[in-house]
Write a protein that binds this ligand. Structure first.
Ligand code: SUG
Length: 417
């Protein structure tokens, strides 16, 4: 069995728009009402996948969900035509593109039963995301139908769960047993804490994790209130490296000590707040990067948004780190600006699954040719622009439905329709 890390990116759906739906997500709030560019957005996402494939990294994808979600509005006693504007926008959201929030994944070596466990995230805190899990679960059950996987339904409300965005794993190599770190928030502030401790604990139990190799660490209130609505906005881990901002955890010293005790080989690369302020870290999405192990002993690369290059404090810290022989050997900027404008960086767009690629339904695995075919469909069918008023258009509704159907047909995934 060849276990390797596969990144599954959410293909950005044809309904991508800026409705300012996510309280506590600064980019989403500040771009509310802007005209979006779904076609350019999806092509940027596909280019990121091409970029990572070219690095020699295995790549998969998930398809967009059926939006606008008329059945959800029906449960609320309304329709696409009749819905109040805020509900209509919640029905239209393409937020399933941020695959880091699709599920929490525990690779087989960490689990008592030797299976790779996935729990679909309930995303209950944000109304527009609370109706993602049904479509996502359906897709996970197809992609990971092999008995090497165990796919679980959501943790029940009201325990908020936002999936892998609040989960990190330290290990010697992806295929060896690791330490899993669940980061949760405590509510009470102006902005919501989306990940609840009880949800994280339920997932750890379902995934049959060894308590000695499972940590629950509290995210700092200042990070949440400063706009880090998920832990992956202020920290990311890969193999032995934890790359984190000084303000990420509630009790920094205790958190670092717990992590070192559970995984003594850890290398904590911490960015001090006096080198990069929390607002700069959030604006640039420095930590919402894919920290990846490059093949053939190439060390680690950081696939990060071009916004990081544009933020002087961030870029100079990174250049000094690389020059100083830190564990990050390569800086690899990618342009995902359309997603970034809704608070979704390179790491938000992907779900990491450590598995044998041969056990994954091949229809969800990418290669250069398939990405070309997906691009052609996007170029032909995705709307070029969506303004707020367009969400009431029956013509646009028909167009985006046709667009998704064309993609599913080309990928032989019409069963997801
Ligand atoms: O949940 N944005 C998403 C961004 C998710 C980022 N994911 C990770 N950090 N892993 C969110 O806040 C904006 C939608 C809008 O405003 O229309 C949105 O849902």
């Amino acid at each position: 069995m060849m276990l390797t890390e596969i990144n599954f990116d959410g293909i950005i759906g044809p309904t991508h728009n800026y409705a300012g739906l996510s309280r506590g997500n600064i980019a989403s709030a500040s771009n509310a009402g802007d005209v979006s560019q779904p076609r350019a957005a999806a092509l940027q996402g596909i280019d990121k996948m091409r970029h990572n494939l070219a690095l020699g990294l295995p790549q998969g994808f998930f398809t967009p969900l059926d939006r606008p979600d008329a059945p959800w509005l029906e449960v609320l006693g309304t329709t696409l035509e009749g819905a109040e504007p805020h509900l209509r926008a919640q029905a239209w959201s393409a937020s399933a593109m941020w695959a880091a929030n699709a599920a929490t994944v525990s690779p087989a070596p960490d689990s008592g039963d030797g299976k790779c466990h996935l729990t679909v995230a309930n995303l209950v805190t944000m109304p527009h995301r609370s109706h993602e899990w049904q479509g996502t679960l359906k897709q996970l059950r197809v992609a990971f139908a092999d008995p090497a996987f165990a796919v679980h339904g959501p943790v029940p409300a009201p325990f908020g769960d936002e999936g892998a965005a609040n989960h990190m794993r330290l290990c010697d190599g992806h295929g060896s047993a690791g330490v899993e770190i669940f980061v949760y928030g405590v509510g009470g502030g102006r902005y919501p804490a989306r990940q609840h401790l009880d949800a994280s604990k339920a997932i750890a139990r379902h995934h049959r994790l060894d308590p000695a190799r499972t940590l629950f660490i509290r995210q700092s209130d200042s990070a949440i209130q400063g706009g880090a609505f998920h832990n992956d906005v202020v920290a990311v881990a890969n193999e032995r490296v934890l790359f984190t901002h000084e303000t990420a955890f509630h009790d920094r010293e205790a958190a670092h000590a717990e992590i070192r005790a559970a995984f003594p080989a850890v290398e904590i690369v911490e960015v001090p707040a006096d080198a990069v302020s929390l607002p700069d870290a959030i604006k640039s999405y420095l930590f919402n990067a894919q920290l990846v192990s490059l093949p053939d002993g190439g060390g680690m690369g950081l696939v990060l948004p071009t916004e990081a290059q544009d933020t002087a404090s961030v870029w100079s810290w990174l250049e000094a780190h690389v020059a100083g022989n830190g564990p990050i050997r390569k800086l690899l900027p990618v342009n995902v600006r359309q997603s970034m404008a809704n608070g979704g960086g390179p790491a938000c767009l992907r779900l990491r699954v450590v598995a044998d690629p041969a056990r994954v339904d091949p229809r969800f695995m990418a290669d250069a040719g398939k990405l070309d075919r997906i691009s052609e469909i996007v170029a032909r069918h995705w709307p070029e622009a969506i303004a707020a008023a367009d969400l009431a258009s029956a013509g646009l509704t028909a167009d985006v439905r046709r667009a998704r159907a064309a993609l599913l047909e080309a990928l032989e995934l019409s069963e997801l329709a």
